[in-house]
Each structure stands twice: as structure tokens, then as C-alpha cells.
Design a binder for this molecule. Structure first.
Ligand SMILES: *Cc1c(COP(=O)(O)O)cnc(C)c1O
Length: 432
């Protein structure tokens, strides 16, 4: 039985011993400075009433991250409740599809985050933050959700630890996902539809921040991704970094080396950073993030903030954003509600800026094809976000050398997307 290392324990750059080929700028800056900044990105652009609450949260997080008892509880819940570790699965049929006539082509592995309890990587962060809030004596948990993953993961932990839970959800997303709402109610959470603005994920986050400000003493906001003011991007990343740590160990067991390429979808960026972070300093490992190009990068209907955005401030942090000339975020689009967000985690903006990670866009249509392809070839139905990462293999694989090892973060199970997919791919739709 493995003992899980769930937090790195050191919240500063690793010692030189761990730096294989030092990627100097990453080594210095992949941990935010005292202002919560990754380079020029991130920070704490919030009203004054929030500052001391965020400072307290940061010190609580730093001390618990170094606390043996907290680590022990966290790894126990991750193992026996969330179901970690997740397998690193060799997708043989998918790999065969990219075989070339003159060689073997790349080998594709899936990091099976879809097998976690509640069906996605979101539970890694929910476990960490709800346990943290519980330890701090908070009584009430709030969260935002788009397609329900983070809401359900958080509500489950709240049921487990006996805490009150309120989940904010954009009214647009609310309408399209009745089963998730029923499930959150079943778990004892209250789900509040948010009608303001575009009534999507962006507005759900804004509403949750408003709630947080109104009750700083007893409420903890479990941010669902690596966005928001410092320390959220750091904290959420540390809770998600277990994905990459397991991947390194499993790669070593399976082929005695490192992966050559890591691929993950980027909505706000937590599943990608969870896989990437462990390899930040391994310059020989390519990091590829895939954003939602919606109906095309030039259509004006996408949510590819890193590929097409400009630097601005949203939800308390500086990062790449899709915004107008006044700095107001614009309406975004993606077939996947949780990629439908005009910004992105500041750490990705930093990794893009120094050229450590690459970012590309995949359209709704390409994602749908990848969804179907994985189901047919591997008997695995992926989430629509996941399908963006899988779709990028079509462009990536032909240019990779033989035997290259590619790890894709298979970050969600796709049952809740069946209605959307059936509609777009014109399957006989008897269910709905
Ligand atoms: C929420 C979610 C996303 C988008 O958020 P990230 O912070 O980019 O992870 C992507 N994939 C899955 C499976 C999600 O649940």
C-alpha cells in the first residue's frame, strides 16, 4: 500500500536536488511571492474588508500544510473516500490509431481522474478545503459550480463532515443540469441559481465572493479552481498537485522514466495545473494546455483566454482575460459549461509568459468527435472538457517521435454530457 503524499509540505521552491534541469524562471516563480504573484500575474485585487480574511486563510493553510495530523486525515479521506490513487492507463487502441506506416507512433496514457468518487478531479480540492474549513471551526461552506462537478464534490464532503453547504450556479447552467441539482439537494446542499450578468460560471463566482464578504467569520468559500485572490490559486494547486505526483511515480513504475508530453484541458486550469505542477522543473517534459475554441478562435464565440485574451483583472487576480476595450469581460462560449469562463488561473498566464507551457484551442466540433472516439476505441466515456484535451492528440500525435509517452488528464466521466452529445451528433434521443 502506498502512503500518499498529498501536499508537498514545502510551499517554497524545491531544493536543488529535485531540479533535474533547472528551468530558472520557473524555479524562482512557480511559488507565488509574498504578494501572491506568479511573476506579474495573480495577486489580491480585493476590497479591503477581504484582505485580513485572506491573510488569515493563507497562514492557516500554510500551517496545516505542514501539519502531520492534517496530512494524515487528508490522505485517509483521499484514499478511502475519494478512491485515490487513480490508475495511469495505457490506451492501446487509441495509441494504435496514431501508428504510422513507418513506425510505432506515440504511446498514449490516460490519468484516470474520472474514476474518483463524484466523477472528476474536483474532489481533490474539495476534500482539502472542506477539511481545512472544518479544522478551522467554520460552520458554513459555499461553492460555485458550472456543470455540477465541484458542487457535488463539495456537497458530498459537507455531508460527510456535517457542514452546511450552499452552491451558486449560473441560471443558464442550472436549467441544463437538473440531475446535478437533485443530487446536490439529496446531499443536503442548498443550490442557488444566479440570474445576474451572463448567468454562467463567471456570475456564480461573483455571487459566491459577495456571500463570502457578508459572512467572513463562519463561512468558508471553497473556490473550485486556481482562480480568485491569493491564496486560492496556490492552495487549490497544492490540493490538485497529487495528480502529477502520482503520475511521476506511476510512469517510473510502468516504463522507468518520465512522460514526454502532458496534455490537459484548461477551463480555469485546475486539472491542468494539478498534472503539470510536479513537472514544472523538468524542462524535457512538454506541458500542453487545451482551451475551448468554441465555434472557432475567430468566431468571437469561444473561451480561449490564454490563446486570445489580454491581461486584466477578474475575481481578484491579474491574468489573461477575454475583455472589451473598457476591461469588461465579454460573453464567452463553450459546449462545456465549466470551460465557459472569460479568464484563467494566473499560474497558467505565468507559464505561458515564460514559454514553459503551450496553449491551444479546440472547437466544440473537434471535442465532440474526440468524445465519440474515446468511447468507441477504449470503452471510456469522457467529459466534454476532457474531450478537448483528447482532440488535441489529432494535431499532436503526427508530429511526435516514435515511442513518445503522452499522458492525458482524463479528468471527468461523461454521463452528464450525453444529452448534449446526442443532440449534436444526432443520435436517436430516447431519453430526453
Ligand atoms: C471544472 C472542470 C474543468 C474546468 O475547470 P479547471 O479548473 O480547468 O479544471 C475541467 N474539467 C473538468 C472535469 C471539470 O470538472
Amino acid at each position: 500500500m502506498h502512503t500518499l503524499t498529498v501536499l508537498s509540505g514545502h510551499l517554497s521552491p524545491p531544493s536543488n536536488g529535485r531540479i533535474v534541469k533547472p528551468y530558472k524562471s520557473v524555479a524562482v516563480k512557480a511559488f507565488p511571492d509574498e504578494f501572491g504573484k506568479f511573476g506579474k500575474f495573480g495577486g489580491r485585487f480585493v476590497p479591503e474588508v477581504l484582505v485580513s480574511a485572506l491573510t488569515d486563510l493563507e497562514s492557516a493553510f500554510r500551517s496545516l500544510a505542514a501539519n502531520q495530523e492534517f496530512q494524515r486525515k487528508l490522505s485517509l479521506i483521499l484514499r478511502d473516500y475519494a478512491g485515490r490513487e487513480t490508475p495511469l492507463y495505457f490506451a492501446e487502441n487509441l495509441s494504435n490509431k496514431y501508428k504510422r506506416s513507418d513506425g510505432e507512433g506515440p504511446k498514449i496514457y490516460l490519468k484516470r481522474e474520472d474514476l474518483n468518487h463524484t466523477g472528476s478531479h474536483k474532489i481533490n480540492n474539495a476534500v482539502g478545503q472542506v477539511l481545512l474549513a472544518h479544522t478551522l471551526g467554520k460552520k458554513r461552506i459555499i461553492a460555485e459550480t458550472a456543470s455540477g462537478q465541484h458542487g457535488i464534490a463539495t456537497a458530498s464532503l459537507c455531508a460527510r463532515l456535517g457542514m452546511e453547504c450552499v452552491v451558486y450556479m449560473g441560471a443558464q447552467d442550472f436549467k441544463r443540469d437538473p440531475l446535478s441539482i437533485t443530487k446536490m439537494h439529496l446531499l443536503g446542499a442548498e443550490v442557488r441559481a444566479v440570474h445576474s450578468g451572463t448567468a454562467t460560471l463567471r456570475d456564480a463566482v461573483s455571487e459566491a465572493i459577495r456571500d463570502m464578504v457578508s459572512d467572513l467569520n463562519s463561512t468558508h468559500y471553497v473556490m473550485g479552481s486556481i482562480i480568485g485572490p491569493h491564496p486560492y490559486p496556490l492552495m487549490v494547486r497544492e490540493f490538485q498537485a497529487v495528480i502529477g505526483r502520482e503520475t511521476r511515480r506511476q510512469a517510473m513504475e510502468k516504463w522507468g522514466g518520465k512522460p514526454d508530453v502532458l496534455v490537459a484541458c484548461v477551463g480555469r486550469g485546475s486539472s491542468a495545473i494539478g498534472l503539470f505542477h510536479e513537472f514544472d522543473w523538468d524542462e524535457d517534459v512538454r506541458l500542453i494546455g487545451v482551451e475551448a475554441a468554441g465555434q472557432g478562435l475567430d468566431s468571437g464565440r469561444h473561451s480561449a483566454a490564454l490563446v486570445k485574451g489580454e491581461v486584466g483583472v477578474l475575481h481578484g487576480a491579474m491574468s489573461y482575460l477575454l475583455q472589451d476595450d473598457y476591461g469588461q469581460t465579454v460573453q464567452t462560449h463553450s459546449i462545456s459549461p465549466c470551460m465557459n469562463y472569460p479568464g484563467v488561473g494566473p499560474e497558467h498566464s505565468f507559464l505561458k509568459g515564460i514559454g514553459r507551457a503551450e496553449y491551444y484551442g479546440i472547437t466544440d466540433h473537434e471535442a465532440l468527435q474526440a468524445f465519440e472516439r474515446l468511447a468507441r476505441l477504449e470503452g471510456i466515456v469522457p467529459g466534454l472538457e476532457t474531450s478537448h484535451a483528447l482532440a488535441y492528440l489529432e494535431l499532436l500525435c503526427p508530429e511526435l517521435p516514435d515511442g513518445a509517452r503522452v499522458v492525458v488528464n482524463c479528468d471527468r466521466e461523461g454521463t452528464k454530457d450525453l444529452q448534449t452529445v446526442a443532440r449534436h451528433l444526432k443520435y436517436p434521443n430516447l431519453l430526453f
